[in-house]
Design a protein around this ligand. Structure first.
Ligand code: ASP
Length: 302
């Protein structure tokens, strides 16, 4: 077995190639943060939380800060973290005042008796758990806000399957630590300019993410409606439980969703319980970076 490994994603979609270069430093830094934790014997959970925190803070991606608002001009964030060792998870949806929803999701898992909080209750819980609340506008990306104010229809009504001028970047991470524990995290602002209250796959266990020791860990991205209808992360995990490697499971899951929907616009990253990493997508682009202890690699196509 490989000693440890981490792979992160910054969304799967179609975006102009010029944007790739802007994404590399943050993807690489996120992997470095996770790798340093894993290399010194830290947990997969700590590694993915730190990696995703960095991607949430990077304005390049549409999670945490720097996100498009919904149709009412409000940023609403979703996140999920899954612990493959305890088979526990924490999840938040439609959060409006928290900079790092993945950290709130982890606190839901570890500091409450519950698994999922939504809306104003999730923000209120954040305050109670010591996470500072910030004004919603501080989460919103300036270019997206301008498009919203100017009612730019080409941006306000993006279509699944069409290239996005403003990119489209959920973030996620999966890792295995030196004790063989796996974990998964996914964080997003959902589909850009979504209707208020719309929640996608990202915060849903088995859809936007899944992790189970002995099988592996998965984080999905892309058209959330298709992913959640098929519980795609759980599907990929089941394939690993049956003996597939991370890459085989990723390919099988993308083939499965492609057999149900003509243009599923889906991507995922995976680690299996042997420490193999994999990723696949049915989209023109997927932003990924990874390491299994050696150098850090990045890719923008599956
Ligand atoms: N899966 C996310 C959602 O549907 C969006 C994405 O990953 O691009 O909310």
């Amino acid at each position: 077995m490989k000693n440890y490994g981490i792979i992160v994603h910054g969304g799967a979609w179609d975006w102009p190639d010029e944007l790739d270069a802007q994404k590399i430093p943050d993807l690489t830094h996120a992997v470095t943060l996770g790798r340093d934790i894993l290399a010194r014997g830290g947990s997969a959970l700590d590694a993915i939380e730190q990696a995703v925190n960095h991607l949430e803070d990077a304005p390049t991606f549409e999670a945490g800060t720097g996100v498009p608002p919904n149709r009412n001009g409000v940023a609403q964030l979703d996140a999920l973290i899954v612990d493959g060792k305890t088979h526990d998870f924490g999840s938040v949806a439609a959060v409006e005042r928290v900079k790092n929803p993945i950290t709130l999701a982890r606190k839901v898992m570890e500091e409450t008796a519950h698994c999922m909080f939504v809306g104003a209750g999730a923000d209120e819980l954040a305050r109670e758990l010591g996470i500072p609340l910030i004004p919603n506008i501080e989460l919103v990306d300036e270019k997206s806000w301008r498009a919203f104010v100017e009612r730019d229809e080409s941006v306000l009504k993006p279509q699944w399957g069409k290239s996005q001028p403003l990119s489209h970047d959920t973030v996620g991470a999966v890792a295995i630590d030196q004790n063989g524990n796996v974990a998964a995290a996914t964080s997003t602002s959902g589909s850009p300019f979504k209707p208020a209250g719309r929640v996608g796959d990202a915060p849903l266990l088995g859809s936007g993410g899944f992790a189970m020791n002995g099988a592996g860990a998965v984080s999905c991205t892309g058209n959330g409606e298709n992913i959640m209808r098929l519980l795609l992360a759980k599907y990929a995990s089941d394939k690993m439980a049956e003996g597939m490697t991370a890459q085989q499971a990723a390919d099988a899951a993308v083939a499965y969703i492609g057999s149900v929907y003509p243009n599923p616009m889906t991507g995922m990253i995976i680690v299996d319980s042997h420490g193999n990493l994999g990723f696949a997508s049915s989209t023109p682009k997927i932003a990924v970076a990874w390491t299994d202890g050696d150098s850090i690699k990045t890719a923008f196509r599956a």
